[in-house]
Write a protein that binds this ligand. Structure first.
Ligand code: FES
Ligand code: FES
Length: 162
């Protein structure tokens, strides 16, 4: 597409962190950019933009997805939850406390994606081995922590919940 041409726009309506939102967006804008640029929800980070790093994780209709691999128009009609909404609701409070205590968030770039992925894993009081925790977090890249402290934090939360 010629960058000089105006972007084709479509109206989207969705619920984000409990609030109804309607916007006109470029047909090619992905969900992570929409959340950051249109709604100022900058807790959703953008790293690789091709589905590898996990920094852009958000929940859509109850499932964690990669915000860089979903177009905003595809989320129209959906219920979207971001790190901001899940933090405000207290849903992640125990997990966040363990991350803080164990220094599992350093620069914090990966942290929102890590928390959403870990939260999904722990849903419903699920219990798993350290290997399973490592496996489920393997799609979330961290340049800082060496992962040990993150796995410790998820494991500690799991033990307290069960
Ligand atoms: Fe989406 Fe990396 S920015 S997976
Ligand atoms: Fe820096 Fe994970 S804490 S990338």
């Amino acid at each position: 597409m010629n960058p000089q041409e105006p972007a084709f726009e479509i109206e989207v309506s969705l619920t984000v962190n409990g609030e109804a939102v309607t916007r006109r967006v470029s047909a090619r804008q992905h969900l992570a950019d929409f959340l950051r640029d249109e709604l100022s929800l900058t807790g959703t980070h953008i790293g690789c933009e091709h589905g590898v790093c996990g920094a852009c994780a958000v929940r859509v209709d109850g499932r964690v997805v990669r915000g860089c691999l979903m177009l905003a128009v595809q989320a129209s009609g959906s219920v979207v939850e971001t790190i901001e909404g899940l933090s405000d609701s207290g849903a992640l409070a125990d997990l966040q406390a363990e991350f803080l205590q164990r220094n599992a968030a350093q620069c914090g770039f990966c942290t929102s994606g890590m928390l959403l992925t870990a939260h999904e894993f722990l849903k419903g009081g699920r219990c798993g081995s350290r290997e399973e925790i490592r496996d489920v977090l393997s799609g979330n890249l961290c340049r800082c922590t060496g992962y040990q402290s993150i796995v410790d934090a998820v494991e500690a939360t799991m033990m307290k919940r069960t």
